[in-house]
Design a binder for this molecule. Sequence first.
Ligand code: SAM
Length: 219
Amino acid sequence: MIRRFSRRLKRVTVDALRGTKRTPLRIGEQKASSWYDAHYAGSEEYRKHYTESVYYAGWTVICDRLLRHRVTSILDIGCGPGQFASLLSENADNVQYLGLDFCAEAIRMAESVCPTCRFLETDVFVDRNLEDLDYDAVVSLEFLEHVEDDIPVLQRIRPGTLFIGSVPNFPSASHVRHFTTTEEITERYGHLFSGFTVHKHLLNRAGRCLYVMEGIRRH
Ligand SMILES: C[S@@+](CC[C@H](N)C(=O)[O-])C[C@H]1O[C@@H](n2cnc3c(N)ncnc32)[C@H](O)[C@@H]1O
C-alpha cells in the first residue's frame, strides 16, 4: 500500500518535473461509505461550527451566488456533515434544501447541526432525486474529486439548471483527482454548462485552494 502510494507520488513528481501534461493529477482512490463513516467519526474539522471551517470564506461566496440567483430549491450532492447547509439555512429563508450523501455518519451529523434542512443517506449513483425531484439549483462541494464517474453525475442534472460546484488543488487519500489550474477544470467540465466560470479561492498561505465553478446545465 505504502509502496503503491510512493510509486504514484514519484510518477506525479517526475511528470511535473518533465512538464508532461497529466490532467488532472491522481493520487488517492475512490472510497466506500464505511471509509467516510470512520473519517467523520474521527474528525474535529467536520464538527466545527461552519464559521470555523477552512472552507467558510468559499462557502459564503457560494451562498451569496445562490441568493443572487434567487434559487428556491437546492439539491446538494455529497453534502457531508451539514456545515454548508447550516450556513445556507441561516442566510437563506424559504430555500428548500435536500442534501444527499451515502455516509450514515455524515447524515447523522448533518441532521443534528441543521434540523431545518432535509438530508438523505443515499448513493448518488443509485439515487433518482436528480431525475425525479423539482429543484432549481444543484450544488456539489468537494464531491466530484472523490468519484471516478464525476461527469456522468453532472450529465444527470436537468437542462437549464444552475450548478455551483467546488474542487480542490490538493491531493488526499480519497481524491481520485485534483486540479492545478482553472483551465483544467474548464477542459473537464466546461462542455456540460453554458456561461461556465471558474474562480480560485485561496484556503491558506501555503497555496491550498478551492476552485469554484458555476454554469447552467446545457440543453
Ligand atoms: C469531502 S466530502 C464533502 C462534504 C461537503 N460537501 C463539504 O464540502 O463539506 C465528500 C462527500 O462525498 C460523499 N460521497 C462520496 N461518494 C458518494 C456517493 N457515491 N454517493 C453519495 N455521497 C458520496 C462522502 O460521503 C463525503 O461526505
